[in-house]
Structures are given as structure tokens and as C-alpha cells.
Design a protein around this ligand. Structure first.
Ligand SMILES: [Zn+2]
Length: 143
């Protein structure tokens, strides 16, 4: 359900100023106002979805297709972009701050300040990988 206090629903409704890159019948893409790097933009569904689980798959596919095309457009533009990260935070623990699904398109270049860190540690063995794969596989349905 769209909510009056959802800033992305306000953008979709035209109630908040935004620098649009692309819009169609399912999604809109616009410049992020707090960019990780210049050219950082967001692709969001027009219909409110709080989490991935709430997002219509057809809309999700469109979001990715648009992000794919925009990534190339960014690379072809004057934006400094030697690479691209697509990033989607689903849930607070993943870093989601706006609760309307959004896919980040982030231009990257050598030496930029964006850092993705993890405690890589020792890699898991095949037995552990197989066990986790089996557990997750139980919940995956055919696309
Ligand atoms: Zn919303």
C-alpha cells in the first residue's frame, strides 16, 4: 500500500522534486540526492512495495532490465564510470533506509571512496556449502 509518508511514493506522484532519467508504466529512475559517487541513481517501482517479498516479479524484472540499460547509458555518458555496482538493500539488517524497494545503480572508478567490507575469514568447505544450498533449495520455486 502506498503511504503518504513514503518519500518514494511522493516522488512517483510528482509531489517531490526529482531528476528523472527514465520512466515507463512500471518503474521510474532518478538521481540519488545522496550519491555514493556522481551519477548514482535509483530505479524504483511505481507501485509501492516495502520489501522484495512484496514486489511483483514482473516489476522486479523490469527494474533489473532498466538498471541494465541505464548502466550502459551511464558508461556512455560523461559520468566517470569504469564499472557499475547494482545494489538492493532488503530489510534493515541489509541497510535498507527507505521502505519502498529501490535498486541502486552506482558508477564506480578506481580509487573511489565506496567500500564494501566483510569479514571474509576462512572460506567454507564444500560440505557446508552443500548443506546451505540444500536448505535454501527447499524454499525456491520454479520461475
Ligand atoms: Zn512507497
Amino acid at each position: 500500500m502506498p503511504t503518504d509518508d513514503c518519500i518514494f511514493c511522493q516522488i512517483v506522484a510528482g509531489a517531490s522534486p526529482v531528476s528523472v532519467v527514465y520512466r515507463d508504466d512500471l518503474v521510474i529512475a532518478f538521481m540519488d540526492t545522496r550519491p555514493v559517487n556522481p551519477g548514482h541513481l535509483l530505479v524504483i517501482p511505481l507501485v509501492h512495495a516495502t520489501y522484495l517479498a512484496d514486489l511483483d516479479e514482473q516489476v522486479g524484472m523490469r527494474m533489473f532490465a532498466v538498471a541494465q540499460r541505464i548502466s550502459q547509458a551511464v558508461r556512455d555518458s560523461s559520468v566517470r564510470s569504469e564499472g557499475i555496482n547494482l545494489h538492493l538493500a532488503d530489510g534493515v539488517a541489509a541497510g535498507q533506509e527507505v521502505f519502498h524497494v529501490h535498486l541502486h545503480v552506482i558508477p564506480r572508478f578506481d580509487g573511489d571512496p565506496a567500500i564494501f567490507t566483510a569479514n571474509w575469514g576462512a572460506p567454507p568447505g564444500r560440505t557446508e556449502l552443500d548443506a546451505v544450498a540444500q536448505d535454501v533449495r527447499k524454499g525456491v520455486t520454479e520461475v
